[in-house]
Every structure is written in structure tokens, then in C-alpha cells.
Design a protein around this ligand. Structure first.
Ligand code: KIV
Ligand code: ZN
Length: 511
């Protein structure tokens, strides 16, 4: 492994625990599969003691994902560690990640423990976790605001107790790059058994310094970096995986470290997170934003046409951005369509492929130019069709400045067909009310967003809705050249998930 930088992805733990980024178990598994394809070294799959859903997600990922180390988070106590063990038990490479805060403010006001008790809990929890797994990571939460001497003592004890990775979190994003690098360097120099472990860093972005701090720490000796796709995470987020990795890759002349990552999978993993959570990537986001490779100013365009390197320090292909030119048309066959999806890392089961292909053909009749983005939007549409799934068959909406918006919706489920009419505050509201009448629900709409996937008035629109049912949040997406149709499909997709979840729950409870 040498000087290779290990990528520890915490999208499914630190990322998922932040507001608005909740995922259900199936979605977590889909993300874990994408992370495995991206070839991260460790997936932190969740915090098993925190909820049944988290435990179930970690367990499923541990069972299914065989090529990557699967970590479960645990506070420094036996109950948490037992739950984490339960989560990662079936993993090919299980890791327990146990943590406790070491800063004076956290110990006094949050934990209400003395430094001696924190030391004891650290050592005892590592020793306990090592009874079950060989791979134990220990984190000192708020390490960057901890007393240096105390931190050294705790880390030395944790290493002696069997920790294999020591993580030094900048939990509140307070450190500056120089300070943080000095901290990592001093810890490694000062702790007698520091060469027995991998040093890891975990940076939050409260001051926008998470990536800079991570890179500075690598230069000071850190060999594992904890990060998330699109930088999602608590408050301002975590260090963004794609930014750290592409800095190491693009500036290899300076950092001289490799990661094992397949950078060509970065873009699609980023889009997957955004599609699942319904939270778009900001257009000017480094590496994966829509504008990251767009050259607007004439002088820039001229330069790029003459030689790309005038304004591009990395190529879109390196991170797997699909080229956006017209590649398929109405005469293209299913094989070419499948080929294009394969090239963009999208694999669909046969029935879903057929559905996406039919939608593509329909789109070719409506739209002059069908782009790769259009096709990927179709392929990413809501797909899991079962006999219990409602599908949109037809809709009719009348609205206007002097009319009360009215919608008529026809849905099919298996062989059954249902039609209902309803009014609403607007045309979308009217459609959703008609759908609610058919499916017998009055789910509350938590969020609604619509965007054009490509330019032009014939652009494909992608609608994303979030529907709340008690504690559950269900996200649905729908695409169409018609914004109302996209909106109806998105709502229906969320409602189908809700119905599916309720049935799953009923089956679990009543057998
Ligand atoms: O930010 C933090 O300190 C954490 C720890 C649990 C590693 O997320
Ligand atoms: Zn964190």
C-alpha cells in the first residue's frame, strides 16, 4: 500500500445524517454499490445504534458489498459497539469505528466526564472492539480543539489497546491548513507507537477549509482521508471526495500520492447522490458542478478551441462527464441505446431498460435533439415497476388566470385502470389531489423542484418531489418534455415508494 491514500467514504453516515439527505435502505445499497465501483477503500455505512433503519442499512451493505471495507460507527461504549458489530458482522472486511470527544468543551458540557474517564473509555472501547474484529478505528472527536498532551496520551493508549487507524477530526471545521498539518505532524512525531497505525483525517467545512485542511494533513503524514460525495455532511458538510481526489490526481507533481479510485466514476456517483436525495449540486461546485467545465466568455472559448489546456486543468472525461453531443436519434436501436448507458456506467434490468428505451423513442418524436443528459435522465427515472405500482396512463389539466385549476388523472395498476378529477391551488396541486383520490392517500408534500435537463423550450424537464409520511421521507423523480407530466410522474414515483414501504412494514409486522 505504501504511500497510497486510502479513501474512507462517509457519505452514508456523516452525509446521510445531515438534514434533507436521508436515504432508505434500498437507496443506501445503491450508493454503496456506486462507491464500490468507484473503488473507495472504506465505506462507513451508518451508525447502527442510532436507529433500526441504520442497523438494517449497515447489515445489508455488509452482506452485499464484498470488495470494500465496511465500517460501522459506535460511541465508546459496549452497547454501541455491540450494535456496530451486529451491523458489520457479515462483511468481508468489517471495521468498527469508535469515537469519543477529547476537547475540554465537549468533555465538560456534553459528556460530563473527566479526562481520566475519557481516557479509560477510549482504551476500553478499542480493546472491546478488538475482541470481535481486527480492524478498529479510533477517533478523538473535536481533536483539533483538544489539549495536545491529553490527545497524545489518548491516542497512545488507543494504539496500545489495538487500534489500527487513528482519526483526528476537525469536527467543527475550526482548524486552518497550517495548524492542522502541524497537529498531524506533531502527533506522528510525538507518539511513540505512531508507526503502528494509519493516520486519518476528517474535516468539516464550516470555514470552507475542509479540502485544504485534508490536503495539508496528507503532506504532514495522514494516509487515510474521510470525505463524502458532493461534500455533503453535518452543517456545512465534510471534505468533498471528488475535490480531494482530483487535487491529488491533477497535482500529482506536488502531492506525489495515488488513490485507488476510478476517477471516471466520480461524475455519475455525484449525480446519483443528488438524484436520490433530490438535492442538486450547485452549478459552480468544483469538479462536478454543471459549470465546472463550461466556458462562457468568448476569450475562454477561443482559447479552449485552440488548445483545451489554456483553461482546463483536467478533462471532463477524467471524471466521467458524458460528452453532450447528439449521439442517438429515432433510428437508433436498443443495442446502441444500451451501449450508451453502459458507457455512462448505468446498468438496468431488462424490464427497466425496455421502459427507458420506449421513453427514449417517444422523446425522439417530441424533441429535435436528444442528448446524453436527456437519456441519462430517462434512465434515472423511477423504474421499479411491480403489479402494485401505479403508472400514469393519461392526464388532462385545465387552468388559466380566470379558471380554477382542474385535473383529470388516469392511472393503471396491473390490469386495473382508475380515473379521478380534482381541483387545486394550481395545476400541479390539482393533479396531486387527483392522484391522492385514486391511491387513497393524503401524503404531505415536503418539497417540489423542477429543472430543465438541457437547454431550449423543448428541453427535458426533471421534477423531484419529497413526500412525507410520519418519519418517512419518500423522494420521487419524473422526466418528460412536458413539465406537468414530469411533475405527475415524480409525485407518483414517491407515492409508489410510500405504498411499497407501508406494505413492506405490514408484511414484517403481520407476516
Ligand atoms: O466530525 C466528527 O468528529 C465525526 C466523528 C464521529 C468522526 O464525524
Ligand atoms: Zn464528522
Amino acid at each position: 500500500m505504501g504511500d497510497r491514500i486510502r479513501i474512507f467514504d462517509t457519505t452514508l453516515r456523516d452525509g446521510e445524517q445531515s438534514p434533507g439527505f436521508t436515504m432508505n435502505t434500498e437507496e443506501k445499497l445503491e450508493v454503496a454499490r456506486a462507491l464500490e465501483a468507484l473503488r473507495v477503500d472504506v465505506i462507513e455505512a451508518g451508525f447502527p445504534i442510532s436507529s433500526k433503519g441504520d442497523l438494517e442499512g449497515v447489515r445489508l451493505i455488509a452482506r452485499e458489498i464484498r470488495e470494500v471495507t465496511i465500517a460501522g460507527l459506535a460511541r465508546a461504549n459496549r452497547a454501541d459497539i455491540d450494535a456496530a458489530i451486529e451491523g458489520v458482522r457479515e462483511a468481508a472486511r468489517p471495521r468498527i469505528h469508535t469515537f469519543i470527544a477529547t476537547s475540554p468543551i465537549h468533555m465538560e458540557h456534553k459528556l460530563r466526564l473527566t479526562p481520566a474517564q475519557v481516557y479509560e473509555a477510549s482504551v476500553e472501547s478499542v480493546r472491546y472492539a478488538r475482541r470481535f474484529v481486527d480492524d478498529v478505528e479510533f477517533s478523538a472527536e473535536d481533536a483539533s480543539r483538544s489539549d495536545f498532551e491529553f490527545l497524545c496520551r489518548v491516542f497512545e493508549g488507543a494504539i496500545a489497546a489495538g487500534a489500527t487507524t487513528i482519526n483526528v477530526p476537525d469536527t467543527v471545521g475550526y482548524a486552518t491548513p497550517e495548524e492542522y498539518a502541524a497537529l498531524i505532524r506533531s502527533l506522528i512525531e510525538r507518539i511513540p507507537n505512531s508507526d503502528k497505525v494509519i493516520w486519518s483525517v476528517h474535516c468539516h467545512d464550516d470555514l470552507g477549509l475542509a479540502v485544504a485542511n485534508t490536503l495539508a494533513a496528507i503532506q504532514a503524514g495522514a494516509r487515510q482521508v474521510e470525505c463524502t460525495i458532493n461534500g455533503i455532511g453535518e452543517r456545512a458538510g465534510n471534505a468533498s471526495l471528488e475535490e480531494v481526489v482530483m487535487a491529488l490526481h491533477t497535482r500529482r507533481n506536488r502531492y506525489k500520492h495515488d488513490t485507488g479510485l476510478d476517477t471516471a466514476k466520480i461524475y455519475r456517483t455525484s449525480r446519483l447522490i443528488s438524484a436520490i436525495t433530490g438535492i442538486p449540486v450547485q452549478p459552480n461546485k468544483a469538479v462536478v458542478g454543471d459549470n465546472a467545465f463550461a466556458h462562457e466568455a468568448g476569450i475562454h472559448q477561443h482559447g479552449v478551441l485552440a488548445n483545451r489546456e489554456t483553461y482546463e486543468i483536467m478533462t471532463p472525461e477524467t471524471i466521467g462527464i458524458p460528452s453532450n453531443k447528439l449521439v442517438l436519434g429515432k433510428h437508433s436501436g436498443r443495442h446502441a441505446f444500451k451501449n450508451l448507458l453502459d458507457q455512462n456506467g448505468v446498468r438496468l434490468p431488462d424490464a427497466e431498460l425496455q421502459r427507458a428505451f420506449e421513453e427514449f423513442k417517444a422523446l425522439c418524436d417530441k424533441k429535435k435533439q436528444v442528448t446524453v443528459d436527456d437519456i441519462l435522465a430517462l434512465a434515472g427515472g423511477e423504474t421499479r415497476v411491480t403489479s402494485e405500482t401505479y403508472e400514469l396512463k393519461a392526464f388532462h389539466v385545465s387552468t388559466g388566470s380566470t379558471l380554477s385549476p382542474t385535473a383529470s388523472i388516469t392511472l393503471v395498476r396491473g390490469r386495473d385502470q382508475f380515473t379521478q378529477e380534482a381541483t387545486g391551488d394550481g395545476p400541479v396541486d390539482a393533479m396531486y389531489n387527483a392522484i391522492n383520490k385514486i391511491v387513497g392517500l393524503s401524503a404531505s408534500l415536503a418539497n417540489f423542484a423542477i429543472k430543465a435537463v438541457t437547454g431550449g423550450t423543448d428541453a427535458v424537464a426533471e421534477a423531484t418531489v419529497k413526500v412525507r409520511d410520519g418519519d418517512g421521507l419518500f423522494i420521487g423523480r419524473g422526466t418528460s418534455t412536458d413539465v406537468l407530466e414530469a411533475s405527475a410522474k415524480a409525485y407518483l414515483a414517491a407515492v409508489n415508494k410510500l405504498i411499497h414501504e407501508r406494505q413492506h412494514w405490514m408484511t414484517n409486522v403481520y407476516g
